[in-house]
Write a protein that binds this ligand. Structure first.
Ligand code: GAR
Length: 217
């Protein structure tokens, strides 16, 4: 059964939306969100940073900013399905403990099961390094280059049960330049992500209905 799509509440700068940022790697996207929050009062506030390992470099950004951060590695369970579900339970438990109102995936490299998605649908967003629906999955830059794309970019979207298939919220384009390798394109796209994601999160927190009405019909 598909879960209900429940948007977060409309927040204010005096009562900002409580967000959790989920990461797996270096967390440059997380750093851009934290930096954006420092500039002026925003409609959201990062209350928790979660990673799927204790080693994720991005956890350091949270620590430096004085924000609670937790690494939750996969539990030692032989059965892969049970392991995945148990891991999601542990993540969910922490998200609830911090009264999370919106989850922002920022380079979180795990795919959630429909069980988890159902609990957070409408309050679970992701940034993907391509102009979706083009190049979903874990190799967006490689796929864009192999396809001879001349424009790429990034997409903020709601997470649904598919892989990078949820409804699109915002997008930002960057050029693909002659001679680009994966690293060149990744860096250019990340710069666009760092501008787009914090602003998009703030806009959702300010007026959650804005990005839904025109697509929901
Ligand atoms: C970002 O480019 C993000 O879009 C991508 O991982 C990178 C994380 O970088 N996410 C995905 O590919 C999700 N499928 P960061 O750790 O430096 O923020």
């Amino acid at each position: 059964m598909e879960g209900l799509f429940t948007l977060p509440r409309k927040a204010s700068t005096s009562d900002p939306l409580r967000i959790a940022v989920l990461i797996s790697g270096g967390g440059s996207g997380l750093a851009s969100i934290l930096a954006y929050e420092l500039l002026e009062p925003r409609f959201f506030h990062t209350v928790l940073v979660l990673a799927d390992s204790h080693e994720a470099g991005g956890l350091g950004h949270a620590r430096k900013a004085g924000i609670d951060s937790i690494g939750i590695p996969l539990p030692r369970i032989a059965n892969k399905k049970e392991q995945r579900l148990k891991h999601e339970d542990l993540v969910h438990e922490q998200l609830k403990k911090y009264n999370t109102e919106l989850i922002a995936l920022a380079g979180y490299m795990r795919i959630f099961t429909p069980v988890f998605v159902e609990k957070w649908k409408g309050r679970l967003i992701n940034i993907h390094p391509s102009l979706l629906p083009k190049y979903p999955g874990a190799h967006a830059h490689r796929d864009a280059l192999a396809d001879g794309a001349v424009i790429s970019g990034c997409t903020v979207h709601f997470v649904d049960e598919g892989v990078d298939t949820g409804r699109i919220i915002t997008q930002s384009e960057v050029p693909v330049l002659t001679g680009d390798n994966i690293g060149d394109l990744q860096n250019r796209v990340k710069a666009a992500e760092h501008a787009l994601y914090p602003r998009t999160i703030d806009a959702i927190a300010k007026n959650p209905g804005l990005f839904i009405d025109r697509q929901d019909g």
